[in-house]
Design a protein around this ligand. Structure first.
Ligand code: F6P
Length: 319
């Protein structure tokens, strides 16, 4: 293994830059030629690839986003697109590839590995929806952003005596809502994993009001329902004014928290070391604080388990 390429794909996640830094510096430390592929799989198809050196990754460990840029690439999902990518890898003499991203990106890594390209996948997504790993890079930073927003919204919720819905990202996974709701001490958490019952939400709003509570915060995961419809139902059923804040892409940006920087640095280093050991088709993950690698096909088959205990804790503490 002489030349390693790295790319970021799918939705960006805070900590991707720290992972790129981990990859590039480990490669250079081991006398490899390191290359950065731009715009995710698009750059692999079009040959938008540059050499990277130690200073290419200076001053980025603290930066959100990805210096390599990213994209969701439909062409790469086709046989034709994958053939073009493999051709480009040959033209640039890239012997191994490290792919940073979420579920779709790891599926792309698997496709290349199935076609004989040494490939390692590193989990980077704010959604934390990959079943085989406890955490993905970027998740805790997104939670931090949401908790900060909840604290601010709580101030105005209290002042006006309103109910406030905070809509968070996560696609079909409720982890951002669950963790930020627990950390933010909110009244209700609505998740795709738990059937949603408007009457029990309204009951909680009324009970809180009756015992003199001035604020009411509901964290709603985007995969559950339309936040504005839920707000209208609460107003209609309780008579209490309900406002909506959709946090949106603010959750994808910002300086990564130390947990994400550390995870990213360690995974970036390990990804290069695996390629140097001639390992391929591996996905990195973390369980009980230990970073591990496993077969990428098996990793993608592990179903995400909903953390019922954590959900119940949040429910009990928000009575
Ligand atoms: O997968 C990350 C994520 O931010 C999801 O939480 C969200 O549903 C989606 O990406 C938004 O995608 P886009 O940035 O393409 O609109």
């Amino acid at each position: 293994m002489k030349t390693i390429g790295v790319l970021t794909s799918g939705g960006d996640a805070p900590g991707m830059n720290a992972a790129i830094r981990g990859v590039i510096r480990t490669g250079i430390y081991n006398n490899m030629r390191m290359m950065g592929v731009k715009h995710g799989f698009n750059g692999l198809i079009t040959g938008d690839i540059d050499d990277m050196d130690i200073s290419s990754v200076s001053d980025i460990i603290q930066r959100g986003g990805t210096i390599l840029r990213t994209a969701r690439c439909d062409e790469f999902k086709t046989e034709e697109g994958q053939k073009k990518a493999i051709n480009v890898l040959e033209v640039f003499n890239i012997d191994g590839l490290i792919i940073l991203g979420g579920d779709g990106s790891l599926r792309g890594a698997k496709a290349l590995s199935d076609k004989g390209i040494p490939t390692i996948g590193v989990p980077c997504t704010i959604d934390n929806d990959l079943g085989y790993t406890d955490y993905s890079i970027g998740f805790y930073t997104a939670v931090e952003t949401v908790v900060d927003a909840i604290s601010k919204i709580r101030d105005t919720s209290y002042s006006h005596g309103r109910s406030n819905i905070v809509e968070v990202m996560g696609r079909h996974c409720g982890d951002i809502a669950l963790y930020s709701g627990l950390a933010g001490g909110v009244e209700s958490i609505l998740l795709p994993e738990v059937p949603f019952d408007i009457d029990s939400i309204c009951k909680k709003v009324i009970q809180g009001k009756n015992r003199g509570k001035l604020h009411n915060i509901i964290v709603l995961a985007e995969g559950v329902s339309n936040a504005y419809d839920v707000a209208k139902q609460i107003l209609d059923k309780t008579g209490i004014e309900t406002r909506v804040t959709v946090l949106g892409h603010i959750q994808r940006g910002g300086s990564p928290v130390p947990f994400d920087r550390i995870l990213a640095s360690e995974m970036g280093k390990m990804a290069v070391e695996l390629l140097m050991e001639d390992k391929s088709g591996r996905a990195l993950g973390v369980k009980c604080n230990d970073i591990f690698d496993m077969d990428i096909s098996e990793a993608l088959e592990v179903e995400k388990q909903f953390d019922v205990n954590r959900y119940n804790t949040a429910k009990i503490l928000s009575i």
